[in-house]
Design a protein around this ligand. Structure first.
Ligand code: TAP
Length: 481
């Protein structure tokens, strides 16, 4: 049954957009060389003009970070650093509504997700790492492990504030300073975060934010004053960065793409599994590195599960990201929409059967309906390539061994899901799936205390938990062990 809902838009009045934003360097907003516009992907309206940081701007940001590292931050006792992180976390909570509305405006994601997932998790990352700042000597990396120095961080557009939190919180807790470049299409919550750093009286230069495009990211990564690079984004760019860092000898962590298998066995509770499949691939329009984009369903229940899945997809509400009833928001950019459309077209051309939920698409903005492909073979591009959109490819299997073989038949290895009543089967599968995270009877669960990261072309290094601290400490040098 489909319920009709009246519109319930969240008010935009909580957000005070400026016409234009400078770069955040040395604790202040400063002018840069040129500017670009950021738009709402749901309406294509221009939201603000943002500064494009050129190499000389990146240079200034790195110099500010170096000065703050040497004069203030690296020498500050951990318990004092922890207080700043705690204060930032509290301000994120206090300004949560503003951050959530701004994130949905700039990114296109439903307010329900930015309000209930992105922003609370971002605050949780700062709280969690505030707790670590004075306990690094107990993290298993020696009695007083040292920071690395200036960290260059480059993040994508799918979880703009959350990816910032994943990067900035551990770096600062460990005593490093930061130059961060947000994605070109979603710079606004990073710039609001800069205001939060000012509000928290964070010493100038500890966090610097340089907006721009891929060239700005390249300048951050290549800068000789950067001691460590932390990147989240596509595997193609990740490989370039790995090459650049290999020759410079910089420390690097890479969180890259994925093509996760969500494996449903015949004894799984069907309704619960269908909710997990929907959450796995349609959460955040499928713009999720660990999205369950390949459904592997046991052949004996495939028809039943797919019928239930189509029924459920028929109830998804697509539209205004600021409407509290919206399930599926806008695709982040025209370029991403073109990429999704091209890959979906290849699915049809290669012989898979396409079914899209019957939801009307708004006239303006970038939209793609939740879509499922059946009759998919492992050779199809839609089964191999990351689509990064609301498109699910369905494959079937007969035995657990076949499920493992198909699930692992990918160059990626970020995440996987297993749906079954049998605990022994969950453990058997989890020990064989080559994925950094394996969820059992759930999907897309995140916690700051739980390490996240990939195998193979999904990257290396972990973010979150005790393991995530390692990336920001001079562990190779052994600290003061
Ligand atoms: P990318 O195109 O790789 O962009 C990521 C970031 O790198 C952006 O800020 C981008 O700037 C910048 N960049 C582009 N070219 C660069 C270069 N040559 N050197 C340095 N920086 C460069 O990825 P995307 O399309 O934004 O994000 C989607 C990808 O990220 C997907 O593959 C997804 O799986 C992955 N992702 C992975 C994770 C984890 S945790 N594994 C989490 C989220 C997303 P512009 O925005 O200006 O292009």
């Amino acid at each position: 049954m489909r319920f009709e809902y009246s519109p319930a838009p969240e008010s935009r009045s909580v957000v005070r957009l400026r016409d234009s934003y400078g770069l955040f360097i040395g604790g202040s907003f400063v002018a840069g060389s040129s500017a670009f516009k950021t738009i709402s992907p749901a309406t294509e309206e221009v939201l603000a003009e943002v500064t494009h940081a050129g190499p000389e701007d990146v240079d200034r940001a790195v110099a500010a970070a170096r000065q703050a590292y040497e004069r203030v931050w690296s020498a500050m006792p951990g318990r004092e650093r922890g207080k700043y992180l705690f204060r930032i976390a509290r301000i994120i909570q206090e300004r949560a509504r503003e951050l959530a509305v701004l994130e949905s405006m700039d990114n296109g994601k439903p307010i329900r997700e930015s309000r209930d997932v992105d922003v609370p998790l971002a605050a949780a990352h700062f709280f969690y790492h505030a707790g670590w700042a004075d306990k690094l000597g107990y993290a298993g990396f020696g009695p007083s492990p040292r920071p690395l120095g200036v960290v260059g961080q480059v993040i994508p557009w799918n979880f703009p504030l959350l990816m910032l939190a994943w990067k900035v919180a551990p770096a600062l807790a460990c005593g490093n300073t930061v130059v961060l470049k947000p994605a070109e299409t979603t710079p606004l919550t990073a710039l609001l975060f800069a205001e939060i750093c000012q509000q928290a009286d964070l010493p100038p230069g500890v966090v610097n934010i340089v907006t721009g495009d891929g060239a700005t990211g390249q300048a951050v990564v290549a800068h000789p004053g950067v001691d460590k690079v932390a990147f989240t984004g596509s595997t193609a760019v990740g490989k370039e960065i790995a090459r650049a860092c290999a020759v410079s000898g910089k420390r690097v962590t890479l969180e890259l793409g994925g093509k996760a298998a969500n494996v449903v066995f015949d004894d799984a509770p069907a309704d619960q599994a269908v909710e997990g499949i929907v959450n796995g691939i349609f959460f955040n329009q499928g713009h999720v590195c660990c999205a369950g984009s390949r459904l592997l369903v046991q052949e004996s229940v495939a028809d039943e599960v797919l019928a239930a899945l189509r029924r459920r997809m028929g109830t998804l509400r697509l539209g205004d990201p600021l409407d509290k009833n919206t399930d599926v928001g806008a695709i982040n950019s025209r370029a991403q929409l073109d990429k999704i459309s091209e890959l979906a077209g290849s699915g049809e051309a290669e012989g898979a059967a396409r079914w899209s939920a019957p939801c009307p698409l708004p006239d303006r903005g970038f939209w793609f309906p939740p879509t499922v492909f059946t009759e998919v073979s492992q050779a199809h591009r839609i089964a191999r390539e990351e689509i990064f959109g609301p498109v699910l490819s369905v494959l079937t299997f007969r035995t657990p061994a076949e499920a493992v073989e198909k699930a692992n038949n990918t160059p990626y290895g970020l995440s996987a899901g297993v749906w079954t009543e049998k605990g022994s089967l969950i453990l058997w599968m989890a020990s064989r799936l080559r994925a950094g995270v394996v969820w059992a009877n759930t999907f897309n669960r995140f916690d700051p205390s739980s390490p996240f990261g990939g195998y193979k072309e999904s990257g290396f290094g972990r973010e979150g938990g005790r393991h995530g601290l390692e990336a920001y400490l001079d562990v190779v040098g052994g600290g003061d062990v």
